[in-house]
Design a protein around this ligand. Structure first.
Ligand SMILES: Cc1cc2nc3c(=O)[nH]c(=O)nc-3n(C[C@H](O)[C@H](O)[C@H](O)COP(=O)(O)O)c2cc1C
Length: 302
């Protein structure tokens, strides 16, 4: 059976990637399994300069999910290029860098550097809800998305995938902005803005007050959005939001995703991603489907 997919020009041995911010730069998970088994690795959100992120508490559990307000803590692109990229390149898997910035200029400067590195593509993060400037501030309007994506497109020759926030009214129109600006693919969803209150302290649990909700709790929202976006654009979709097994992954692919990412599921069980690869294969076997590409967008609406 064929499990290879082509996501926006990035050839992957299977459709399973790990979502930005939930897999670091791969070192910790490499102690559990061979990273070459993954279709691709999406790095932690990486910026032009190092960022210390928000103050703790930055994560908490919720029903069927979690809230985080990490605030894009990362060592910066120079450190990544010198230390993390050579490590990731030891494995036979696609390396996609999640890129974040607080201004158009910063996104452009960062992508100029990324363009010179040995990476397979860029996932442009226009969707982080946990930082004051940039990111979701650009990602929640058609104009903002088009502005940053077009500026980056001019300096980036590598595959460009733009990651969308679900915290909008009309996800299809935002995805259209990505396509109109010349990106090669779109990825969704990032986290849903949420809040948890400690009723004894009468204060929010997260120091940032609000955070991004992820995990199985958000899956139906994500599947719905992937479906809507697949009907609105012709570029491929990297789908995510609550995937923890092969059946979940198949749901996203039927809805229109070419590949998928596992996020919070990596924290529940470090083997979630490779078990998902097996789960997809089991489904293909069960229904005697020879090529995984044959299920993309094949949901039949009632
Ligand atoms: C702790 C944590 C950190 C995250 N950091 C990033 C990040 O740096 N960049 C980004 O685009 N998304 C980030 N995300 C969002 C995930 O990549 C993913 O879009 C989201 O969690 C939904 O998928 P899931 O429900 O499988 O976790 C983060 C999520 C979590 C839980």
């Amino acid at each position: 059976m064929n499990t290879q997919v082509n996501l926006a020009g990035i050839k992957m041995k299977n459709p399973v990637t790990v979502a930005s911010g939930t897999f670091g730069y791969g070192r910790e998970f490499s102690q559990f399994f061979d990273l070459s088994k993954l279709g691709g690795i999406i790095t932690k959100g990486t910026s032009l300069k190092p960022k210390s992120g928000n103050k703790p508490s930055r994560v908490c559990e919720t029903a069927s999910g979690m809230l985080n307000s990490i605030g894009l803590q990362n060592p910066g692109v120079e450190y990544f290029a010198e230390n993390d990229l050579p490590f990731l390149r030891k494995f036979d898997t696609a390396v996609i860098v999640n890129a974040c910035g607080s201004s158009v200029e910063e996104y452009v400067e960062l992508c100029k550097i990324l363009n010179t590195l040995d990476i397979d593509g860029v996932e442009l993060n226009l969707s982080c809800p946990n930082v004051k400037a940039g990111c979701m501030a650009f990602g929640n309007t058609y104009e903002g998305v088009k502005l940053v994506t077009s500026a980056v497109r001019k300096v980036l020759d590598k595959p460009l995938i733009v990651k969308l926030t679900p915290n909008v009214t009309d996800i299809a129109s935002i995805a259209k902005a990505v396509e109109d600006a010349g990106a090669d693919g779109v990825s969704l969803i990032n986290t849903l803005l949420g809040m948890k209150i400690d009723i004894d302290k009468k204060k929010p649990v997260l120091a940032n007050n609000t955070g991004g909700l992820s995990g199985p709790a958000i899956k139906p929202v994500a599947v719905r959005m992937v479906y809507q976006v697949s009907k609105a654009v012709n570029i491929p979709i990297l789908g995510m939001g609550g995937i923890i097994n092969g059946d979940d992954a198949i749901e996203f692919m039927l809805a229109g995703a070419t590949a998928i990412s596992i996020g919070a599921g990596n924290f529940m069980d470090p083997f979630t991603s490779i078990n998902t690869v097996k789960g997809i294969e089991n489904y293909l076997e069960k229904y005697k489907i020879k090529d995984v590409n044959d299920i993309i967008g094949k949901v039949e609406m009632n």
